[in-house]
Design a protein around this ligand. Structure first.
Ligand code: CAA
Length: 262
């Protein structure tokens, strides 16, 4: 097992892998080391057949992540800024392209790059203590890990501009109303609530989940005719799985299906 400096990586018997950002002294800010460690854990979780769902969260109650490491931005040249943008985007793309659901469990602040990484995840679950914002403007910057694009696609131009222009931080309930997070759970026992929810996903048919994820992600950026064609082909692929036969039999036999990812 690889030793990590800034993340905790765990897997349980229900097929849940949890990646916990663990750099509390910097509110789990992402530097190169953190990003590379998360990438390593994600790749392991993706190829481990026993893992059905991946959770990304932050240590403690204060922060999911306060974004890119601001200390590392002192004297930053355009070339280094470009590298930083590419690295963060690689992380976001890896999450989106991962063949398993990746769920952001937003336990506290998700700001700047922290929110951008959460937005690349498939679902966002917020603690009632979570706070979110694209705060880059407050340090004279703009989002660089997809914030101007994913935020707009998730909540529309009106609210995206409000967050990006003002740098304001919103609470979990507001984020839920705006469609930025899927659900809000109590802060007390937050990770237990998250585990219970993701355990449901871990029981679903893995190939169907993988293809549905890819269709929703890719289909949103092409025209409807192409997207529907992709869906039809994906539907045909899922029809070839043993899991579909298991699901149909289980329904007819009035029992719970046991999906194997085959
Ligand atoms: N990078 C590096 N260190 C950070 C950090 C960050 N993004 N955010 C917080 N920290 C550090 C602080 O410097 C402080 O360290 P020291 O004790 O060594 O001074 C420690 O974490 C605790 O932070 P605060 O004392 O500021 O805690 P607070 O409770 O008073 O405030 C906060 C919390 C509102 C989240 C505040 O820390 C804050 O505004 N952080 C910056 C958030 C931000 O602007 N993020 C965007 C970064 S740019 C970006 O992400 C670009 C991109 O798109 C990729």
């Amino acid at each position: 097992m690889v030793e990590f400096k800034y993340i905790i990586y765990e897997k349980d018997e229900r097929g849940i892998a949890i990646i916990t950002l663990n750099r509390p002294e910097a509110l789990n800010a992402f530097d190169k080391v953190v990003i590379n460690e998360v990438l390593t854990a994600l790749k392991d979780a993706e190829k481990d057949e026993k893992v059905r769902v991946i959770v990304l969260t932050g240590t403690g109650e204060k922060a999911f992540s306060a974004g890119a490491d601001i200390k590392a931005m002192q004297g930053m040249t355009p070339l280094r800024a470009r590298e930083l943008s590419i690295l963060g985007n690689t992380l976001c793309r890896t999450i989106e392209d991962c063949g398993k659901p990746v769920i952001a469990a937003i336990n506290g602040y998700a700001l700047g790059g922290g929110l951008e990484v959460a937005m690349a995840c498939d679902l966002r679950i917020a603690s009632e203590k979570a706070r979110m914002g694209q705060t880059e403007i407050n340090i004279g910057l703009i989002p660089g890990w997809g914030g101007t694009q994913r935020l707009t696609r998730l909540i529309g131009k009106t609210r995206a501009k409000e967050l990006v222009f003002t740098g304001r931080i919103i609470d979990a309930r507001t984020a839920e109303q705006w469609g930025l997070v899927n659900m809000v759970f109590p802060a007390e026992g937050f990770m237990e609530h998250v585990r219970k929810f993701v355990a449901e996903l871990a029981e679903k048919a893995p190939v169907a989940l993988q293809i549905a994820k890819s269709l929703i992600n890719k289909g949103a950026d092409v025209d409807l005719e192409v997207a529907l064609t992709l869906e039809r082909e994906g539907f045909a692929v899922v029809a070839s799985t043993e899991d579909l036969q298991e699901g149909v039999s289980a329904f007819l036999e009035k029992r719970k299906p046991q999906f194997k990812g085959k």
